[in-house]
Design a protein. Structure first.
Length: 482
């Protein structure tokens, strides 16, 4: 029997919060195309990244293995050559694989990668690389494309707010370029009998906050209506020192997007810029879906929309990311759609982890799951055959000195989150975080030292230890009893 393998359009944004989309309840943004994907497919309400930082998260969902297992635990660290990406497995199974935008599973600072990000055998035959819009590398294809258009990447200052810039017009924006490369790829493969996978890895809505001027304008017209960040004065007093440091400067860099220096106007401007970037992403998602429809490929294309991790955006008095495991940082959007194959207009509120994506794609393509993967396929959930599916009772996340150092040793922390509680352990440190999510869903009150929660803390510690042990590498496979 001939198995029809789906094309896969894999859209991954960078640093996008769950609550920045209409389908997740945001009433301000304009995201009709992504909202329509959710109506046509399945929306996960509790999908969790395995790291609140780019590289370890991406390496994790591409391999289906936890950061500590695949040994790519930090930004600026290269994924080892012997790790196996799901894109490589699909390429070996006959898929034509392409990418536009960032990959970021190897160092991407010009000091370590002066020409281009180093690559392992990742399976991408077409590779339109642009880690971020700034012209830091000769091989940045977005920069080359701008030059061909007679343009340059030169954001403009915004009056009355030093934290926001006007980026290029939409037609010259990196988000538009990423989508354009995907469109060209899909059109070129319209008549091909070979299935394809294309990764559209937008840099936005990652900082700097620089949407096109015409996209932020509609928010400026109603700026006073925009909500301020969720932060209670003094809430960081009994929280880890790293959050107190980042309150006065993201990444522990005093004065860098420092919440403590900002006015209410600044906070609203940053939120407006962030949402405007999301609006542009949605418009480009719509363009790609239209091409799939026009070329007759929509019915046999699985579309994934997700983000690698979130953004605090001033909540809890902190901007950007770091060793912080608030819901805004680790609970990410995830929508999957494949007409007549994946359930329509469904929401799943059970826990899943992004490492579950790699085995899911292999099962969707009727390929064996690689023995080294630690995720569990979501295919039964997507197709409605989940009566015997074992959902996770808790989700697990890691930060092993993953981002900028806050002190000499770096920050090593792990998180476990159940239905009712969240525990964050800072290893080598006596401090930690414990939240009773049913009572305090905003995670404002840290009950780590509260006498009434010590039994719960011990139980969560045991759960966390169990998960850490479970992340041991399943390879090499045991072959016999002895």
């Amino acid at each position: 029997m001939n198995i029809i393998k789906p094309n896969i359009l894999w859209i991954c944004t960078d640093q996008q919060r769950l609550d920045s989309l209409g389908c997740y309840g945001n009433e301000f943004v304009k995201t009709p195309n992504i909202d329509r994907l959710a109506e046509r497919g399945l929306l996960f309400e509790n999908a969790y990244s395995q790291s609140p930082v780019c590289t370890p998260s991406r390496a994790s969902f591409l391999t289906g293995r936890y950061p500590r297992t695949n040994r790519c635990r930090q930004n600026g660290q290269a994924i080892p050559n012997d790790e196996v990406l799901v894109t490589k497995l699909l390429a070996d199974a006959g898929y034509t694989c392409g990418l536009s935008g960032k990959l970021h599973i190897s160092p991407c600072h010009p000091s370590a990668a002066p020409e281009i990000e180093a690559r392992v055998d990742d399976g991408y035959e077409t590779f339109h690389w642009s880690h971020h819009p700034s012209p830091d590398w000769p091989a940045n294809e977005y920069t080359q494309w701008l030059q061909e258009q007679g343009q340059e990447f030169k954001p403009e200052s915004v009056e009355n707010c030093s934290y926001v810039q006007y980026g290029p017009d939409a037609e010259y924006h990196q988000t538009t370029w990423c989508a354009e490369k995907a469109i060209q790829f899909m059109e070129a493969n319209e008549a091909s009998e070979t299935p394809w996978l294309f990764s559209v890895n937008f840099f936005d809505p990652h900082h700097p906050f620089d949407p096109p001027k015409q996209y932020i304008q509609r928010y400026l017209d109603r700026l006073e209506e925009l909500p301020l960040p969720h932060y209670k004065q003094g809430e960081l007093n009994n929280k880890p020192i790293y959050q107190q440091m980042d309150h006065h400067g993201a990444y522990g860099m005093k004065g860098h997007l420092a919440y403590s220096d900002m006015t209410e106007h600044d906070h609203r401007m940053l939120r407006a810029a962030y949402w405007a970037m999301v609006d542009l992403i949605d418009e480009q998602v719509g363009r790609m879906i239209t091409v799939l429809e026009k070329t007759g490929q929509l019915d046999n294309t699985m579309i994934i929309f997700m983000s690698d991790h979130g953004e605090l955006l001033g909540d809890h008095g902190v901007y950007l990311k770091g060793p912080h495991f608030y819901e805004q940082s680790v609970n990410v959007p995830l929508i999957m759609c494949w007409p007549e194959k994946i359930r329509e207009n469904k929401k799943v509120d059970r826990f899943i982890e992004l490492i579950d994506l790699a085995p899911t794609l292999l099962e969707a393509a009727d390929e064996p799951v690689y023995a080294g993967m630690q995720g569990q396929s979501l295919w039964p959930v997507l197709t409605g055959n989940d009566l015997t599916y074992t959902y996770r009772k808790a989700v697990y996340c890691e930060h092993y000195n993953a981002n900028f150092k806050h002190d000499e040793k770096g920050v090593y922390a792990t998180m476990i989150r159940t239905d009712e509680h969240k525990l964050v352990a800072y290893h080598g440190d006596e401090t930690g975080e414990l939240y009773h999510l049913k009572v305090d869903p905003s995670e404002s009150t840290n009950v780590w030292d509260h006498p009434a929660y010590q039994t719960i803390k011990l139980s969560l510690y045991q759960c966390l230890c169990d998960r850490i042990v479970e992340t041991i590498d399943p390879l090499p496979i045991r072959q016999s009893p002895w």
